[in-house]
Design a protein around this ligand. Structure first.
Ligand code: SF4
Length: 186
């Protein structure tokens, strides 16, 4: 009979200074740590890659380990837009609208070959990668990617969230990036 372990791994504290009775670190690091471990995904799944995501959420791979068990089907409470599957050009305005409705800070994952580059569908009706319409932070290769790859991509988003400075979304670089995609500030 297998043994049940009760060991709990706590999230490590960010780098800082500690002594008897105190610990000091930067606000950026604390907020980065909190964001990194509570990223809520919005799965925008149109085809087979979405099934791999379902496998990633199930008990064997257990996305909940990353503080991401709360899958958001409302853009307003989501942090990471995960686009999984073939995106037809007719669907492009919908993906843009969902992205636009998400609050900052937000991140985007292109999961699988179709979302990243159109995949095998090099045809007039299919978008050749979602980065034609929205900025992408992490690309996950594969057709389909295995759940391990999706989790690895998600961990790269966690790295970005943990290391992002609080002022990044107000920088000229970031505003220029949004402008390149014709997103205007509200
Ligand atoms: S990348 Fe492959 S598995 Fe994923 S949606 Fe496209 S065809 Fe399906």
């Amino acid at each position: 009979m297998s043994q049940i372990t009760t060991k709990v791994n706590n999230v490590p504290a960010p780098p800082g200074f500690e002594g008897p009775g105190f610990f000091a670190t930067s606000l950026d690091s604390v907020i980065g740590m909190a964001r990194k471990n509570s990223l809520w995904p919005l799965p925008f799944a149109t085809s087979c890659c979405g099934i791999e995501f379902m496998a990633s959420m199930a008990s064997h791979y257990d996305f909940a380990r990353f503080g991401s068990e709360r899958v958001s089907f409302s853009p307003r409470q989501a942090d990471v837009l995960m686009v999984m599957g073939t995106i037809a050009k007719k669907m492009a305005p919908v993906v843009r609208q969902v992205y636009e409705q998400m609050a900052e800070p937000k991140w985007v994952m292109a999961v699988g070959a179709c979302a990243s580059s159109g995949g095998i569908f090099d045809t007039y009706s299919v978008l050749q990668g979602i980065d034609e319409i929205i900025p992408v932070d992490v690309y996950v290769p594969g057709c389909p990617p295995r759940p391990e790859q999706i989790i690895d991509g998600f961990m790269r988003i966690q790295d970005l969230a943990a290391s992002e400075s609080l002022g990044r979304r107000q920088t000229t670089d970031y505003k220029n990036l949004l402008e390149r995609y014709n997103f205007t500030e509200k």
